[in-house]
Design a protein around this ligand. Structure first.
Ligand SMILES: Cc1cc2nc3c(=O)[nH]c(=O)nc-3n(C[C@H](O)[C@H](O)[C@H](O)COP(=O)(O)OP(=O)(O)OC[C@H]3O[C@@H](n4cnc5c(N)ncnc54)[C@H](O)[C@@H]3O)c2cc1C
Length: 343
């Protein structure tokens, strides 16, 4: 068992999933939770194995999806709550070409686990003249419930929580793991990692007439939350650097929704968040080039729910059991951008 003290900075998907690894392996850790607005609380939490634009499988889905399923199921069991919706994602085709492309993958063993044959969608409020394709998925993770219940449970079971931003003096003997989301851009120690910030807006609407229980997708998603509430999103804005909702994002979402749906609704809430994406679209795991007690677990990008469990486990084994990191995600790949005059 390790004698070191492990300090996790941030309580979003990255920090919380890493804290679970410590708990599950019986290694103590401390978590700093700033309790500020962060993107994990805004995200829809969907787990989509397919990249619809190119009709390919997402990066490493055959590894990440089963791992995520196993991990979240274990957490559900431990907490005694249901976190995954296991809903299908229903892609509404935009053209005959899109329908044909989907049909051409029928019988292709690589997609068997995920794609269902082209289907019709007969719904009075959803316009789908070219049909739909359904994707088997874990649906979505209720991230707010995951964060809140995990904190409740872990704090009662040995994980120390400090409810304020980490600004303390660092001690040489301890290990600090920065799970700060987009705020890593404000951390002077990791300026060489160059996160690309991707702002997104989401709306929650009340739509009593819609009555649809799977996740609709057509250049946007419509995610059922129960009680006639639906989360709709999301936008990508590469200029916006504040995690606040924008009027332009809201209008874009409403326009997209009206392009294929016709039902009355009222807007219940509107939120904005910033995804911590990376130029090469791979997560960021590893250690500062010079300061050996400073580490990062970040860069979960647009797919934090799918990515976090597998890589939190890799990060844990790297920190505690001296296992290697996959070079594809190791921040060593950015070492050439690190300059000695950086802190
Ligand atoms: C609109 C939108 C929709 C999305 N939809 C999906 C989706 O459907 N599926 C999916 O998988 N992903 C989705 N994402 C992406 C997902 O939200 C991210 O991948 C993930 O939440 C990133 O988690 P994180 O822990 O790295 O960052 P965050 O959630 O930002 O958490 C970082 C935390 O660290 C805290 N922190 C920073 N500095 C300090 C400090 N000094 N001390 C203490 N705490 C600190 C921050 O305040 C914050 O609480 C979406 C994102 C957005 C914005």
């Amino acid at each position: 068992m390790s004698e070191k003290k492990y300090i996790i900075i941030g309580w979003g998907l990255a920090g919380s999933t890493l804290a679970w690894q410590f708990y599950l392996e019986g290694v103590p850790c401390t978590v700093y939770d700033s309790r500020e607005n962060h993107c994990s609380r805004v995200a829809a939490g969907m787990i989509n194995p397919i990249v619809f634009k190119r009709l390919t499988k997402g990066w490493k889905v055959d590894i990440l999806m089963p791992y995520a399923k196993g991990f979240y199921s274990k957490v559900e069991e431990t907490l005694g709550v249901s976190l995954l919706s296991n809903k299908k994602i229903v892609r509404v085709f935009s053209s005959v070409e899109e329908q044909n492309n989907w049909a051409s993958l029928e019988g292709d063993g690589r997609f068997d686990a995920y794609l269902n044959p082209v289907d019709d969608l007969d719904h009075p409020h959803v316009n789908a003249p070219f049909g739909v394709g359904k994707v088997n998925s874990l649906g979505n993770l209720d991230i707010n419930l995951y964060l809140d219940k995990s904190k409740e449970f872990l704090s009662e079971n040995g994980v120390e929580f400090i409810n304020r931003p980490f600004m303390s003096k660092m001690l040489d003997r301890d290990e600090y793991i920065y799970c700060q989301g987009y705020k890593l851009t404000m951390n002077p120690f990791f300026q060489h990692l160059k996160l690309k910030l991707a702002h997104g807006d989401v709306l929650t609407i009340k739509a009593p007439d819609l009555k649809y229980d799977d996740i609709l997708n057509k250049n946007m998603f419509v995610l059922p939350l129960g009680d006639d509430l639906y989360r709709i999103g999301s936008t990508y804005n590469w200029e916006m650097t504040e995690p606040v909702p924008t009027e332009a994002g809201k209008n874009e979402l409403l326009e997209r929704l009206r392009s294929f749906c016709s039902f009355d609704f009222e807007i219940v809430s509107h939120e904005g968040g910033i995804r911590p994406t990376v130029q090469d679209r791979r997560p960021l795991l590893g250690t500062h080039p010079v300061r050996k007690g400073m580490h990062v677990f970040n860069g979960l990008g647009t797919k934090g729910v799918s990515i976090a469990p597998y890589y939190a486990n890799m990060m844990f084994n790297y920190l505690v059991n001296n296992k290697d990191l996959d070079p594809e995600v190791d921040i060593n790949r950015f070492k050439k951008h690190f300059m000695r005059n950086f802190v």
